[in-house]
Design a protein around this ligand. Structure first.
Ligand SMILES: Cc1cc2nc3c(=O)[nH]c(=O)nc-3n(C[C@H](O)[C@H](O)[C@H](O)COP(=O)(O)O)c2cc1C
Length: 190
């Protein structure tokens, strides 16, 4: 069911490193993003696949995960993602990356849903240094890395709960990650 796909598609921050991801698998996900809507059909996004171990580790080192969990360093050693798709805005098509963030979101979510269908999962990461990322990935001039999509085989449990007072995500002693979501009633404008 589509709802199961959506609910399984959580932000995962712990992965089974034995499940590597091939370049072809990453290209299949980009091919899904290629079919998604784009404002004025401009299609300003380009995608940098990252799947070689050393490069994956370099990207991990330049990303910040779960900023709300201040006393934890995620992903933990031995539970790193095994690939990334770095979504870049081609500024020769969209001069101001801020103007195509909706395209970026649609592309990222579509690729993650595609990943879940393959038994994989991931996390969108906006918390990274753009200049450092562009340099380490040797991105051509004019391509601005805007959102990093981490990918791997999830190796942790993430549970959705109804939000009461707080929407701050948290972990218990078993490292189960809880994500409070506002209830349906809280979202509807009567
Ligand atoms: C635009 C965007 C940027 C995000 N950036 C980060 C990030 O830099 N680091 C991180 O650990 N999670 C990041 N996340 C994941 C959110 O923290 C996550 O979506 C939220 O905690 C709810 O969890 P859920 O995705 O499982 O529903 C980002 C999510 C979105 C949509």
């Amino acid at each position: 069911m589509f709802k199961d796909l959506v609910k399984t598609n959580r932000s995962y921050r712990g992965f089974d490193e034995s499940r590597t991801i091939s370049k072809d698998e990453l290209l299949e996900l980009v091919d899904l993003a290629r079919c998604t809507p784009s404002g004025a059909n401009n299609q300003p996004l380009k995608y940098r696949p990252v799947f070689q171990h050393d490069e994956v580790e370099a990207v991990v080192a330049n990303t910040k995960w779960a900023a709300l969990l201040k006393d934890m360093v995620l992903p933990r050693q031995g539970k790193h993602p095994t690939a990334f798709l770095v979504i870049c805005v081609d500024t020769s098509i969209c001069a101001n990356p801020a103007n195509c963030q909706t395209d970026v979101g649609i592309a990222a979510q579509t690729m993650l849903l595609g990943a879940v269908e393959k038994g994989l999962g991931g996390c969108m990461i906006a918390n990274f240094k753009k200049d450092a990322m562009a340099e380490l990935l040797h991105l051509p001039e004019g391509l601005v890395p805007t959102l990093v999509v981490a990918l791997g085989k999830p190796d942790e449990k993430v549970v959705l709960v109804d939000a009461e007072d707080s929407i701050k995500y948290y972990r218990d002693g078993q490292d189960i990650h809880y994500v409070p979501k506002r209830t349906l009633a809280d979202l509807i404008i009567e």
